[in-house]
Design a protein around this ligand. Structure first.
Ligand SMILES: C[S@@+](CC[C@H](N)C(=O)[O-])C[C@H]1O[C@@H](n2cnc3c(N)ncnc32)[C@H](O)[C@@H]1O
Length: 379
């Protein structure tokens, strides 16, 4: 055993033992070597050239066993001046939380959407054992070829399919759980239909925002009503299903016309960054968010922009709010924030989602019968 492998093994053990997860999930992480599923080239900073294992083995090993996502493909494999991540191995703690939420255990049949590196599929194989079945679907031909090879080389034999994950895989349904490792705007009907009664769908839901990312939903399927329903279990920042990429709202340019400017007390950015961001995103679908530094103004501001109209708002650290465009986004966000406070400043986990047989996506507060609103989203 060479020194590098020993080092990697020690890192793996440390990562696994540090995960806040059920014992069987930590055991799976201790057993499956993440580094054997990662390509030599990874993009730790997203921008620029990749980090190459052959020239920086220590740096590469640090990323392989950090509790952080590792970007394994950008621009669907193309070289471009701006990198957009298109495949990754998710952060281990997030993967552990999803596996726990899905309740994956011995004998289960699991459908994974987004094979990526194959690492999660390997963990699933460990969890369901020989009595269970893992089916994993990936859309990218290069990514899936690599994953297939890695899974085989490490002794795992799930069904690995190159297909559009939106269709699931009816041939091996019903599943005890569906785990999506790419974010969706709309929950595909096929996932609900292919899950057994009482089975679980765990998915990152990103109904139209870029910051904060999305939220992880845990939906339980009830075939008698055709519904999948459940709460959000936390935030989730995942790349999107390729066919459902969020529209990106453009940040307001420096010359954007300010229709109204006013001041609120405190740091206006805290409206979004002070813990209510995902909740506001749930209440205001179709709004993108981001940070902007304005050269003449020192500290950066948070911008929000509608994805389907030229409306925007800038929130500044000194309390200034500037808005432009027909939707009066600043007023809209302030009203949502006030409503959220009036409702007792609920945490994200107090909200839930019901997807019904007609495909309607309804977000609710505290109970499905509580205050609720339909999220139209976009495809
Ligand atoms: C975060 S990565 C998956 C991580 C993976 N589970 C792992 O353990 O490495 C998301 C993956 O979803 C894939 N993907 C995107 N759209 C898809 C689709 N429509 N069907 C199947 N896979 C898709 C991407 O190509 C990407 O590899």
């Amino acid at each position: 055993m060479n020194r590098e492998v020993e080092t990697l093994e020690a890192r793996r053990a440390r990562l696994a033992s540090g995960l806040k997860a059920e014992e069987r999930i930590r055991t799976a992480f201790a057993k499956v070597p993440r580094h054997l599923f990662l390509p030599d080239q990874i993009w730790p900073k997203v921008v620029g050239e990749p980090l190459d294992r052959r020239t920086d083995p220590e740096g590469w090993a640090d990323h392989a066993y950090a509790d952080a996502p590792v970007i394994t493909q950008v621009n669907e494999g193309a070289r471009k001046s701006v990198n957009v991540p298109t495949s990754s191995s998710s952060a281990p703690s997030v993967m552990a939380a999803m596996l726990e939420a899905a309740g994956s255990r011995t004998g289960h049949r699991v459908l994974e959407i987004g094979t990526g590196t194959g690492f999660n599929a390997a963990l699933l194989c460990e969890l369901v054992g020989v009595q269970g079945r893992v089916v994993t679907v990936e859309v990218d031909p290069v990514v899936i070829t690599r994953a297939r090879h890695c899974l085989e080389a490490n002794g795992y034999a799930p069904t690995v399919l190159r297909a559009d994950g939106r269709d699931g895989h009816p041939a091996e349904a019903p599943y005890d759980s569906v785990i999506a490792t790419c974010a969706v705007v709309r929950v595909p009907r096929a996932w609900i239909e292919q899950t057994r009664a009482g089975g679980v769908i765990v998915l990152p839901w990103a109904p139209g925002v870029t910051l904060p990312g999305g939220m992880m939903a845990r939906l339980v399927v009830d075939p008698s009503t055709g519904r999948a329903e459940g709460r959000f279990i936390g935030e989730a920042d995942f790349m999107s299903l390729r066919q459902q990429r969020n529209r990106r709202g453009a940040p307001p340019g420096p010359d954007a016309t300010v229709d109204r400017a006013w001041r609120i007390s405190g740091d206006a950015r805290d409206l979004v960054l002070g813990g209510a961001g995902p909740q506001l995103a749930l209440m205001n679908p179709g709004i993108a968010m981001g940070f902007q530094t304005q050269p003449d103004q020192g500290s950066g501001c948070v911008w929000l922009a509608a994805t389907d109209s030229p409306s925007w708002v800038r929130l500044h650290s000194d309390g200034r709010v500037e808005q432009g465009g027909p939707d009066r986004l600043g007023e809209q966000v302030l009203a949502s924030h006030e409503l959220w406070r009036d409702q007792g400043s609920p945490a994200l986990t107090e909200y839930g989602l019901t997807v019904d047989a007609s495909g309607e996506h309804r977000v609710w507060l505290r109970e499905p019968s509580g205050p609720s609103w339909v999220q139209s989203g976009h495809r």
